[in-house]
Design a binder for this molecule. Structure first.
Ligand SMILES: *Cc1c(COP(=O)(O)O)cnc(C)c1O
Length: 391
């Protein structure tokens, strides 16, 4: 990263970005505010308008890139249906997500099965459902798919840096350059079509260079594939496009300004797609929660909410950026936040809330449309957040 000299223009640009992020949070609180009255438990309010706007903005910024929504970010049927109407395609990782695609009635040839390690049962289900494209990052996976779906189109997932991502995914998945050689060998031996490359920069990624690195690496792999007699036709840019919590995160337009010129260098025959999850659905959802109690333990001030790590706020326990807005106004102080269960891992880190916070205060959490309700369970008898769609 180049060092920016902090001139008045740079400062005012950062202030402007921060103000835009605040304005965005206010908009989300406004569309969900009605659900704070007659509060009956944690609720995720999702705006249909915002879902549509997010798709339109993504498509406008990256005109050569076809978005495939990563279903795991929020598999709600109404949300999937809105994305489908907007012309979004989909990416799946499990039998239940394949079934969601069948229920939605999408053209299964446009569905990408991007989980690098799939059970034989789920590959069979994918093949029977008409899925053509499967991700691989090990020779063992190629052998499994070859035995079930010999005419599958494979795309290989490569390792890229996840530095600068709030939720890194590197390590668990992705082939090294040696791994790529082994994948090419096995595909030749088994006569499997290796037609594309993909990578994932990590979720909520604020380091644009990770995409640049991935695109350049994929371009190198296309040359290698051609030299080995394959016909590459697809680049899948994966997910990771960030939300604006502080305003310091790059916008989708900032990312596009850097990666579009890189994409222009690819052969015209290469189709380009991406798998945004959080970006498309995150800023369309605002969680409303309530304070169940406060405590002073030695010098630390604690706030206990009615939903926590088990109730959809798992990411907050991992130092994930978050915006918490209380209905109560007043000077803010630092609180240690926790969920309502009796488990000691149900702690959400330190956050700022008014120093005069009390039990029954309502707390809004914008930007939680993704990876919230879908990760929640009712452990210890505390209900998971319900979801409501507004226009
Ligand atoms: C989770 C996931 C995504 C979506 O990631 P976001 O950070 O939500 O954009 C995309 N592709 C794959 C393969 C994933 O596992």
């Amino acid at each position: 990263m180049t060092d920016l000299a902090v001139t008045p223009t740079v400062v005012s640009a950062l202030n402007k970005a921060r103000l835009l992020a605040e304005e965005d949070a206010r908009e989300q609180i406004a569309f969900s505010a009605a659900y704070a009255d007659n509060y009956r438990g944690p609720v995720l309010v999702v705006s249909a308008q915002r879902l549509r706007r997010n798709v339109q903005r993504f498509m406008a910024a990256l005109p050569r890139v076809r978005p495939h929504f990563a279903v795991k970010a929020n598999p709600d049927a109404e949300i999937l249906s809105i994305f489908h109407q907007q012309g979004t395609c989909f990416e799946v990782a499990s039998i239940a997500e394949i079934d969601a695609m069948l229920a939605l009635g999408v053209d299964m040839e446009t569905v990408f099965y991007s989980n690098p390690i799939k059970s034989s049962l789920s590959i069979k289900h994918g093949a029977a459902s008409g899925i053509v494209w499967y991700c691989v990052d090990t020779p063992e996976e190629v052998e499994k798919i070859a035995a079930i779906k010999p005419d599958a189109k494979l795309y290989l997932r490569i390792q890229v840096s996840n530095e600068g991502s709030s939720w890194p995914l590197a390590g668990k998945f992705g082939a090294s350059s040696k791994g790529v050689d082994a994948l090419i060998d096995i595909c030749k031996k088994l006569d499997m079509q290796l037609c594309g490359a993909t990578f994932h920069v990590g979720s909520q990624c604020t380091n644009i260079h990770n995409w640049v690195e991935g695109i350049r690496a994929a371009n190198g792999i296309f040359a290698q594939l051609i030299a080995e007699g394959f016909s590459p036709e697809l680049l899948n840019l994966g997910g990771g496009y960030p939300l604006q919590f502080s305003g310091q995160e790059p916008s989708i337009e900032d990312i596009a300004a850097v990666i579009n010129p890189e994409l222009d260098l690819l052969p015209k025959s290469i189709q380009i797609m991406a798998e945004p999850g959080r970006y498309l659905v995150g800023s369309a959802g605002c969680l409303i929660s309530q304070v169940v109690g406060i405590a002073t333990r030695d010098s630390a001030r604690w706030v206990y909410l009615d939903t926590g790590v088990y109730g959809g706020l798992m990411e907050l326990s991992q130092n994930f950026p978050a915006t918490l807005v209380s209905q109560r106004t007043g000077e803010a102080g630092v609180w240690t936040m926790a969920g309502p269960t009796c488990d000691s891992i149900d702690v959400l880190g330190k956050h700022r809330l008014p120093i005069n916070t009390e039990a029954d205060d309502i707390i809004f959490m914008p930007n939680l449309g993704a990876y919230c309700t879908t990760c929640a369970c009712d452990f210890n008898g505390f209900p998971t957040p319900t979801m409501h769609m507004v226009d």
